[in-house]
Design a protein around this ligand. Structure first.
Ligand SMILES: *[C@@H]1O[C@H](CO)[C@@H](O)[C@H](O)[C@H]1NC(C)=O
Ligand SMILES: *[C@@H]1O[C@H](CO)[C@@H](O)[C@H](O)[C@H]1NC(C)=O
Ligand SMILES: *[C@@H]1O[C@H](CO)[C@@H](O)[C@H](O)[C@H]1NC(C)=O
Ligand SMILES: *[C@@H]1O[C@H](CO)[C@@H](O)[C@H](O)[C@H]1NC(C)=O
Ligand SMILES: *[C@@H]1O[C@H](CO)[C@@H](O)[C@H](O)[C@H]1NC(C)=O
Ligand SMILES: *[C@@H]1O[C@H](CO)[C@@H](O)[C@H](O)[C@H]1NC(C)=O
Ligand SMILES: *[C@@H]1O[C@H](CO)[C@@H](O)[C@H](O)[C@H]1NC(C)=O
Ligand SMILES: *[C@@H]1O[C@H](CO)[C@@H](O)[C@H](O)[C@H]1NC(C)=O
Ligand SMILES: *[C@@H]1O[C@H](CO)[C@@H](O)[C@H](O)[C@H]1NC(C)=O
Length: 837
């Protein structure tokens, strides 16, 4: 943000002269920023910009984490921080709002402003975002006459009401650029274009209405609509995807913008860990700028954590996304470093990329050379990309006679169309392998000494069939609970004749996601959706007794659907059933229209067991006979805050499924018993070449899809001990649960001759061992380096001297440093190091 003083202000405000000298005082920052655009650039205060933006969703971290995350983005060459606004967090019940604490999006925007960055506000208010119900408050669903995301009056009034509220809040705080604030862009709706077909004409009308409603908000900065090829001008339609190099907006006067550059992918329960290679991400971004792109937003810069019940359908608590900052806010290396270098190279060519002409030549075999020239200044930049998935190329450019080596699926950037300053496949930055270490505390207590107490979830009432709501049908879950809880009890009783009082089968057809069935107060089985099918038919043999038999079904959702046409109508729970008994002789008795009783939520939730309020404290928690593999059980332990500043996680190995709280703050759902599919297609090698899709380069098959759960340090007490409370739904064993800290374990570096290798540990840790160091032609990559055909004999000693006992070290990659490598003259020499922190 510009911080210079505006002449006009000096004249108008007598005292404002001070602001020329003290302009860093945010309170005095009243200067207007003008944001416009044309077909080649977003123009800020008359300067044509290339902009790097990064998504950081404020509720996926804590206010205490925001300044550090935003500063790391700034250090990484980011100009703009993007966030959605999450309607369901803020309008809890209709016209009842909450903007406190971690929901303080205004405070978040001010943190962005104080860091001197711009903001991009994606109001939606439908946001998708792998967020519960796509960000819609579930009460919307129950408004009479409503149809979401279409030309429906009830819906449009709610959408306009909330959008206006958010815009007005920002205006009141002077957050829009023309008011001197950080917001330079805003978004209405979200990825409607790709699902609008089924909404037919009403969908088209709705988009026109969205554009008009947004424009009328009069915010003074451009609005965008992503993936909306019929976006009415002046709405800018923009691209979302893994690659956007072919994208052209629907109006020649709109700049080429990439609102979601998918740096990785999200994870689902039962899914493996997604990974998108740095080289491929860099290639996609370089190609975007090669073909006229000027605005690029990382989705995500920091993915973070889905605390509470915020994730969408079957999405894990971790939303790491393989983003540039990991879930805990650590640099994800080499991604962060390699892309930071790319930002600098692209931004150094800002004026030539946003003025004048460019042209592309096809050089055959997937090779494309794009030349940007500013005829006025003579400045130029070239992109030479090789989209071939297997063949590397050496090419001599006619224009300058130079020879360039362009690996397959890579792009080279040539400063002045001559000097190679960057290649997307040549990574020259630290690779960090993160590790989790047992947490140390001031009394060096060991984790395995955790003392657990427990209490059962009170279920007497529901097992007897008592519930406050009584209906003669099987209700849809979210319309009934309005999603105040994951849980809904469905209860009925059946009169069984003596002749039928024997073995039978209970059959429940549910739309998901989880079902526990109790017959005559005994749990007869549990089941959940798998492999992307969240509905299933549950069948278990049961024993019926003569007379009244009590059937109690507990249905649990694991986040509500967030994407697709009419996703909001996706049913949840035992909606309509049928629920049947198959009696002897294969006679089916349908219970769907029985008298059903309902109870929303767990008694433990209603009584707030997770808060560890004193009245529950000594009276009800039991210390004897700690149960193992007992469903519907609450566990509690206390622990000391781990020393240091590294991120804290709780290892939930051994637990089943449930929800966890630290000092009353939710750290999210846990489900370590749900293993990532062994056959998901994990592979030790990850070839970055070729088009990425989320099934590529997976890891962690056969292991818990999420084992570690983030505890933000701001949830922890500095002096007193902390409380961890678990609700275990399906049965688990807390004896192996432990606290750990996350830090750099192994740091690897790679520097071609003439470059400098820089390595660093984290959190005050020092290098304790050098596992590998070779200057010559070493082979392999971090974790599996090996010596090549030649090397300088002294390399390991030199590296040890420079790095051991240090938090960071710096070494020039040259024969002057290590002595002769005895490599053939035609071998490209490099230094490779692997060090332990
Ligand atoms: C939102 O609706 C309420 C009535 O439900 C109304 O009082 C309020 O003014 C509306 N807000 C806006 C910004 O339209
Ligand atoms: C720049 O120069 C090229 C080649 O000389 C020419 O084709 C192009 O029209 C010029 N562009 C402008 C904006 O003058
Ligand atoms: C790579 O090069 C080889 C040898 O020139 C050729 O046979 C092959 O078709 C090329 N592959 C691709 C994908 O272009
Ligand atoms: C590009 O050319 C300009 C002047 O024409 C020069 O100042 C600059 O150093 C050159 N950049 C590189 C990377 O060679
Ligand atoms: C289960 O319910 C779904 C609708 O929710 C229905 O399509 C399906 O046919 C039912 N299956 C059985 C076996 O009743
Ligand atoms: C029970 O009846 C169903 C149809 O109602 C039939 O599909 C099934 O095969 C029968 N099962 C047995 C064991 O007879
Ligand atoms: C793993 O990846 C390598 C290289 O891409 C490939 O050749 C191999 O078939 C893959 N293995 C499996 C089990 O998919
Ligand atoms: C924490 O405890 C130490 C001594 O145990 C005390 O000196 C310090 O003031 C306490 N800090 C807080 C914030 O209570
Ligand atoms: C490098 O040079 C040696 C001889 O100095 C030669 O045998 C070898 O083939 C060359 N390698 C390459 C890849 O050109």
């Amino acid at each position: 943000m510009r911080r210079s003083c505006n002449r006009e202000i000096v004249v108008v405000l007598g005292v404002a002269l001070v602001c020329c000298f003290w302009s860093w005082l945010p309170v005095l920052e009243v200067e207007a920023t003008q944001v416009t655009y044309d077909g080649r650039a977003i123009i800020i205060d008359g300067i044509r910009r290339v902009l790097f933006s990064g998504a950081i969703h404020y509720p996926r971290s804590t206010p205490e984490m925001w300044p550090d995350l935003i500063q790391k983005a700034k250090d990484g060459g980011i100009d703009v921080i993007e966030t959605y606004v999450f309607w369901d967090l803020h309008e809890i019940r209709r016209r009842q709002y909450d903007f406190s604490g971690g929901k303080g999006f205004i405070k978040f925007l001010k943190t962005v402003q104080n860091a001197g960055l711009y903001a991009f506000l994606r109001i939606g208010p439908y946001v998708c975002a792998e967020w519960n119900y796509g960000g819609f408050p579930v009460w919307l669903h129950n408004l009479p006459g409503i149809q979401l995301r279409t030309n429906n009056q009830v819906y449009k009034e709610e959408m306009q009401n909330f959008t206006t509220l958010i815009v007005d809040m920002c205006k009141r705080e002077n957050l829009f650029a023309p008011q001197g604030g950080p917001i330079i862009l805003a978004q209405i709706e979200n990825e409607y274009g790709n699902i609008m077909g089924p909404y037919r004409e009403a969908g088209k009308e709705y988009i026109k209405w969205c554009a008009k409603m947004a424009t009328a908000q009069n915010i003074g900065v451009p609005w965008i609509m992503c993936k909306q090829s019929d976006a009415p001008y002046p709405m800018i339609n923009t691209c979302n995807g893994f690659y956007c190099d072919g994208f052209k907006p629907n109006n020649p006067n709109s700049p080429i913008m990439w609102t979601e550059s998918w740096i990785g992918w999200f994870k689902t329960w039962g899914g493996a860990d997604p990974h998108r290679a740095t080289e491929d991400v860099a290639f996609s971004i370089a190609r975007f700028f090669q073909f006229g792109g000027v605005f690029h937003n990382y989705y995500m810069y920091h993915g973070g954590t889905n605390f509470g019940r915020t994730p969408g359908g079957y999405i894990t608590t971790s939303y790491d996304y393989d983003a540039l900052l990991d879930e805990y806010g650590n640099l994800n290396q080499p991604k962060w470093g390699h892309l930071t270098q790319l930002h600098a190279v692209i931004k150094s060519a800002q004026s030539v990329l946003t003025y004048g002409t460019y042209s592309t030549k096809l050089l055959g075999a997937g090779l494309e050379l794009t030349t940007y020239v500013n005829n006025g200044t003579g400045e130029s930049i070239c992109f030479l990309s090789n989209a071939n998935t297997v063949n590397d190329t050496n090419i001599v450019l006619q224009s300058n006679g130079n020879d360039y080596f362009v690996p397959a699926w890579s792009a080279t950037i040539l400063a002045n169309c001559s000097k190679e300053v960057y290649n997307t496949a040549k990574v020259n930055t630290q690779t960090s392998l993160m590790t989790k270490k047992p947490a140390t505390t001031d009394q060096s207590e060991h984790n395995h000494q955790l003392k657990w107490v427990w209490k059962p979830e009170p279920v007497r009432d529901v097992l007897k069939g008592w519930g406050p709501l009584k209906v003669k049908k099987l209700l849809e879950q979210k319309s009934t609970t309005i999603d105040v809880s994951d849980y809904l009890w469905y209860m009925t009783s059946v009169l069984v004749a003596k002749k039928d009082a024997k073995k039978a089968i209970l059959r429940v057809n549910t739309t998901g996601h989880v079902l526990h069935a109790f017959v005559n107060r005994r749990l007869v089985g549990s089941q959940w959706g798998q492999g992307g099918n969240y509905g299933f038919v549950f069948e278990r043999p049961i024993m019926l007794k003569p007379g009244q038999n009590q059937i109690t079904l507990l249905s649990a959702t694991v986040g509500l659907q967030n994407y697709g046409p009419f996703f909001d109508l996706t049913p949840t729970g035992i909606a309509g059933g049928p629920v049947q008994l198959v009696l002897s002789g294969n006679v089916t008795k349908d219970l769907s229209s029985n008298q059903w009783y309902y109870k929303i939520g767990l008694n433990g939730e209603l009584m707030q067991f997770y808060k560890d309020i004193k009245i529950h404290h000594h009276k009800y928690w039991r210390s004897k006979k700690l149960p193992i593999n007992r469903p519907m059980t609450w566990y509690k332990t206390t622990f000391k805050t781990p020393l240091g500043t590294d991120a804290v996680v709780v290892d939930m190995v051994g637990m089943g499924k449930g929800h966890a709280w630290v000092n009353g703050e939710s750290i999210g759902r846990f489900w370590p018993a749900f293993l990532a599919d062994k056959k998901a297609g994990c592979n030790d090698t990850c070839d970055y070449r070729g088009t990425y899709d989320p099934t590529k380069c997976l890891t962690n098959c056969g292991n818990p899809s999420q084992r570690w759960y983030h505890i933000p340090r701001s949830f922890l007490m500095k002096n007193r001990s902390n409380t961890l409370i678990l609700f275990e739904e399906i049965g688990g064993n807390p004896s192996q649960v432990s606290f750990q800290t996350v830090t750099v374990g192994t740091a690897c570096g790679n520097a071609y001759e003439g470059n400098t290798l820089q390595l660093s540990c984290q959190g005050g840790r020092k290098f304790t061992a050098i596992q590998f160091a070779s200057f010559g032609d070493p082979q392999g990559s971090c974790g599996m380096f090996r010596k090549g055909t030649c090397e300088s004999a002294n390399t390991l000693n030199v590296v040890r001297k420079a790095c051991l006992g240090q938090e960071r070290c710096k070494i020039t990659s040259s024969e002057a440093t290590f002595g002769s490598s005895k490599c053939n003259g035609n071998i490209t020499r490099r230094l490779a190091v692997q060090a332990i922190c």
